[in-house]
Design a protein around this ligand. Structure first.
Ligand code: F6R
Length: 607
């Protein structure tokens, strides 16, 4: 989604800004631009890829102060004019903005009444115009920005440069912004990954923070003008640059990294002798775990599907009621919060606005939230203050793969830890732990010989729609498989719990309709088998993901993809992989940009 990069120092700003934008590309965007201060403010902006922008900057733009942006369109189409930065009517201020100005219509109206002509259709442009009007009254830049933000409703990660002042002013409210401290230079970004090549010393701004950046460094204050308590964080090495290596795309690289990522996730967390798990970041004693009345899991997209697996694992192993919630709905449904309950916010990026809002809502109502997060020190991780890092390592492809597996695995670890305080024996715990430790090797074994993926791809790419079915823990896998194929191959997909298929989606089945069925050899196998028969009776083509050696089931398939045998609850960690491969290969065959699918963003920072 939208990304910000900024530079204040002694070096030429332009190449640093363009490189910063390249590092933000993985988040998904549709236009980009830079503003560099010299004798005035020079702006270059262009729809499309950063590559197009850099081709456009033919003459060297001199200047050591600048801001840059990748835009993911919300208000107004993705064209050159709506791209950021936006320049004020008098040419004195340029801004880049992430977030949404909710009262922008009213602000636009007021500006038009004052004779200010607006160039773009965006909500963001009003910020540049308002700041310019405030500066014209004689205010200093920091005062002008602070004043105008008091009139704005919405969210912002804002950066402004000025033609008449050697300063950058930045502000955060609900949209991440990080300042990187270099030697005699300062960097700004909405994404700490983009700062890693320059510095590891960063300051994550809090909501309500503003910062004044100049030749002396920077000063972070609150909206009230008081000094902010925001402190330095030293970024870990793992945030560094990620290379493709031998792989053509990040998605396939990340699919193959799943075994190692899973090892990292489990490492040091299991206690074989006691048959339990220790997730230190939970900061919960066994007695506290025993007292928990219920668990609620909150996430979006792929993370929601991991939550749904977590829900089943927690109920099965810990015998505690658990429910997975869509974050964007949870936030606004005035949910009843029990302060004794556990709430788990699950997110790869740790920046998803819907999930972050739900976390804040729960906390406001007196509830406690633990993060199940990949990106260290991300907004959700910091907002929760406690939880579990899933240790997938950086995930660059927009379509989430290795993070899904590690989110599901972390929730299973949580279920084992909780279960041991309440319901099952050390022996059962040891069995689960042993089985979990065998999964990475099984992933490697499967990926070395993934079966007839190409045949499955041929069956789905020309289809009007694809139906994904599964029961129990395989129902969320079906949803995840459908989401993956839909988001990168743009094929309409539906996922249903297999038993629900006869209540509606069966109407779509005709001769040759592809149906992907996830059917491990678990207690629900024969139920799923009946649903397979129902599909076959209507001429559907069955692409079956099943357990190695399960010939009874394999015989029912048109295309049969076998994964290694595993304990039922752990089967999603294996059965999801063929669905990822089908999506990847289908998108490739259709000629799509696999890592950066249209309209999507890696980090969805608007509600
Ligand atoms: C799907 C995908 C999205 C994300 C969703 C939540 O491949 O990537 O559906 O899962 O936007 O993102 P996080 O996990 O960062 O909160």
């Amino acid at each position: 989604m939208c990304g910000i990069f900024g530079y204040y120092g002694r070096r030429d700003a332009t190449p640093i800004l363009v490189e910063g934008l390249r590092r933000l590309e993985y988040r998904g965007y549709d236009s980009s631009g830079i503003a560099v201060k010299n004798n005035g403010i020079n702006i270059y902006k262009k729809s499309g890829k950063v590559e197009r922008l850099s081709e456009m900057i033919t003459t060297e733009v001199e200047g050591t102060i600048g801001i840059a942006h990748t835009r993911w369109a919300t208000h107004g189409e993705a064209n050159d004019i709506n791209a950021h930065p936006h320049l004020s009517f008098d040419g004195k201020v340029a801004i880049v903005h992430n977030g949404i100005i909710e009262n922008f219509r009213e602000v636009r109206r007021n500006l038009t009444q004052k004779g200010v002509e607006l160039n773009s259709e965006t909500d963001s442009e009003v910020l540049a115009q308002l700041i310019a009007l405030e500066l014209a009254k004689g205010s200093k830049p920091i005062v002008a920005v602070r004043r105008i933000l008091k009139r704005i409703h919405g969210t912002w990660g804002l950066c402004a440069v000025f033609s008449d002042h050697d300063q950058i002013i930045v502000a955060r409210n609900g949209s991440p912004l990080v300042i990187g401290k270099g030697t005699d230079e300062t960097f700004i970004s909405s994404d700490p990954h983009a700062l890693m090549e320059h510095t590891q010393e960063v300051y994550f701004l809090e909501d309500g923070d503003l910062a004044e950046i100049d030749h002396t460094g920077f000063k972070i204050t609150r909206m009230s003008g008081q000094l902010s308590s925001t402190e330095v964080t030293v970024l870990e090495e793992e945030w560094g640059e990620v290379e493709l290596g031998e792989y053509p795309h990040f998605m396939i690289k990340e699919i193959h990294e799943q075994a190692e990522a899973l090892r990292q996730c489990i490492a040091g967390r299991t206690r074989h002798k006691q048959g339990t798990v220790k997730l230190g970041g939970l900061k919960l004693t066994p007695a506290e775990m025993r007292a928990i009345p219920h668990v609620r899991l909150i996430g979006c997209g792929t993370s929601l599907h991991a939550c749904q697996i977590g829900q089943i694992a927690i109920e099965e192993l810990a015998r505690v009621p658990a429910v997975a919630h869509v974050a964007s709905e949870f936030r606004y449904n005035n949910s009843v919060i029990n302060p004794k309950a556990i709430h788990l916010a699950v997110s790869q990026s740790g920046e998803t606005a819907d999930t972050l809002s739900a976390v804040k809502e729960i906390q406001l109502k007196g509830g406690s939230v633990w993060g199940i997060i990949n990106v260290v020190a991300s907004s959700i991780a910091r907002q929760c203050g406690m939880g579990v890092y899933i240790h997938s390592g950086p995930e660059q492809a927009v379509a989430s793969t290795k993070a899904f597996s590690n989110m599901a695995a972390s929730l299973i670890l949580f279920a084992i830890q909780m279960g041991r305080t309440r319901s099952f024996s050390a022996e059962r715990g040891r069995e689960l732990i042993d089985n979990l430790h065998t999964i990475p090797g099984q992933i490697e074994k499967y990926l070395a010989n993934p079966g007839p993926i190409a045949e499955a791809v041929d069956a789905v790419i020309g289809a009007k729609s694809v139906l994904f079915l599964g029961r129990g823990v395989s129902a969320p896998v079906a949803r995840e498989g459908a989401l993956k194929l839909m988001e990168i191959a743009y094929i309409p997909c539906m996922a249903y719990p297999a038993g629900e298929m006869k209540h509606g989606p069966i109407a779509l089945l005709e001769k040759g309709s592809p149906v992907v069925v996830i059917a491990p050899n678990d207690k629900l196998k024969y139920k799923t088998l009946s649903n397979i028969q129902e599909c076959k009776a209507r001429g559907a083509k069955i692409i079956l993901i099943h357990e190695e050696g399960d010939d009874e089931l394999a015989e029912e398939a048109d295309i049969s993809i076998a994964v290694p045998k595993s304990e039922g609850l752990l089967s999603p960690l294996l059965t999801v992989i063929p669905t990822q491969l089908i999506a990847y290969q289908a998108a490739l065959k259709l000629g799509h940009d696999v890592d950066r699918p249209r309209n999507l963003a890696k980090s969805v920072t608007v509600e």
